[in-house]
Design a protein around this ligand. Structure first.
Ligand code: HEM
Ligand SMILES: [Ca+2]
Ligand SMILES: [Mn+2]
Length: 346
């Protein structure tokens, strides 16, 4: 049958021939960056990197004359890969590693750093069970503008400061919550450097709603060496809770959006896809980009649409923070109290 697609010559058909190269990048990074398509450390760090590149964008600084000559610029432009100074910013501790791992793939396939970072994040998170299928637009220039320090939120920042910074970049309080669905596939290495890879929920390889319920449980313990800057009490040994996540979960401006995902993983995913489409083109003119979303793999379905209370917890342990919508009915897992094995730093 006649086709309007271009034959890429690599076993794929593309709606636009400029998307062909991304199939080569996909095969290469699934094998050689994501360990055969896993939702592991590299996938998590790649998702985090999409944010740290994109959020270096500030209409407020631009108005004050302190950020570039044109408003279009900065943002999701690959500057965090082009300018090593950006990975020395406190908020980006540890990202030098994933930038170092990704950069040779971008150079080898001759694609821009800005495109590569958003593509790798989208592919990485598609490896997570229940994950989103993110939009991917290609064609960002490889000319980028170094971001000033101080634009990326820190876990010790008060909610007011985080919401103001995110509003400057164009995000509502509800959209900040939507973006934080990313923390369902996340772990820390630098808030408490004595414990490696302590996750933010009990299922860091599943893009599920566990993060949203577990952050509302009463905090009882620190997983590592006690209280660190940006850390608050978590509900289990081994799990890390960021001060910012705990506060946003409980703030009247954000608590109802937070709660709304606990019994609706599908809604969480759709809203994450929508807000990520916006974040991925900060500082870019999307009309000049080509839609290559078809290259992004279709993720495996979620194990459950509804979060559960981990074993040993009950509804009385939840610090209900949305005042006008009843807390959803969720079940508790049977069995002894959950704990996540702690991996000490080597
Ligand atoms: C509200 C602002 C946010 C704050 C304060 C924040 C803070 C943090 C911190 C402190 C870590 C741990 C880093 C480490 O110690 O290794 C982390 C990890 C992570 N963050 Fe965020 N974050 C925010 C928003 C976001 C957004 C918008 C995304 C993506 C869309 C994101 C994705 C991730 C991911 C995937 C990880 C896990 C990385 C890994 O497991 O290696 N974060 N975040
Ligand atoms: Ca999870
Ligand atoms: Mn990590």
């Amino acid at each position: 049958a006649p086709s309007h697609k271009s034959d890429c010559g690599n076993g794929h058909l593309a709606s636009n021939s400029q998307c062909c190269v991304w199939y080569d990048v996909l095969d290469d990074i699934q094998t050689n960056l994501f360990d055969g398509g896993e939702c592991g450390e590299e996938a998590h760090e790649s998702l985090r990197l999409t944010f740290h590149d994109a959020i270096g964008f500030s209409p407020a600084l631009f108005r004050e004359g302190k950020f570039g000559q044109v408003l279009h610029g900065g943002g999701a432009d690959g500057s965090i890969m082009a300018f090593p100074i950006e990975t020395t910013f406190k908020a980006s501790a540890g990202l030098d590693e994933i930038v170092g791992e990704q950069k040779p793939f971008a150079l080898k396939h001759n694609v821009s750093f800005g495109d590569f970072i958003q593509f790798a994040g989208a592919v990485g998170v598609s490896n997570c069970r229940g994950g989103p299928r993110l939009q991917f637009l290609a064609g960002r220039s490889n000319h980028s503008q170094v971001s000033p320090d101080g634009l990326i939120p820190l876990p010790e920042d008060p909610v007011d400061k985080i919401l103001a910074r995110m509003a400057d970049a164009g995000f509502s309080p509800a959209e900040v919550v939507d973006l934080l669905a990313s923390h369902t596939v996340a772990a820390q290495d630098h808030v408490d450097p004595t414990i490696h890879g302590s996750p933010f929920d009990s299922t860091p390889s599943d893009f599920d709603a566990q993060f949203f319920v577990e952050t509302l449980l009463k905090g009882v313990a620190f997983p590592g060496n006690g209280s660190n800057v940006g850390e608050v009490l978590s509900p289990y040994p081994g799990e890390m809770r960021l001060q910012s996540d705990a506060a946003i979960a409980r703030d009247p401006r954000t608590a109802c959006e937070w709660q709304s995902f606990i019994a609706n993983q599908e809604l969480m995913v759709r809203k994450f896809e929508k807000v990520m489409a916006k974040m991925a083109v900060l500082g870019q003119d999307p009309r000049k980009l080509i839609d290559c979303s078809e290259v992004i793999p279709v993720p495996k379905p979620a194990a459950s649409q509804v979060a559960h209370l981990p074993a040993g917890k009950n509804l009385k342990d939840i610090q209900v923070s949305c005042k006008h919508i009843p807390f959803p009915t969720i079940k508790a897992d049977p069995g002894p109290e959950t704990s996540i094995p702690v991996v000490p730093a080597s």
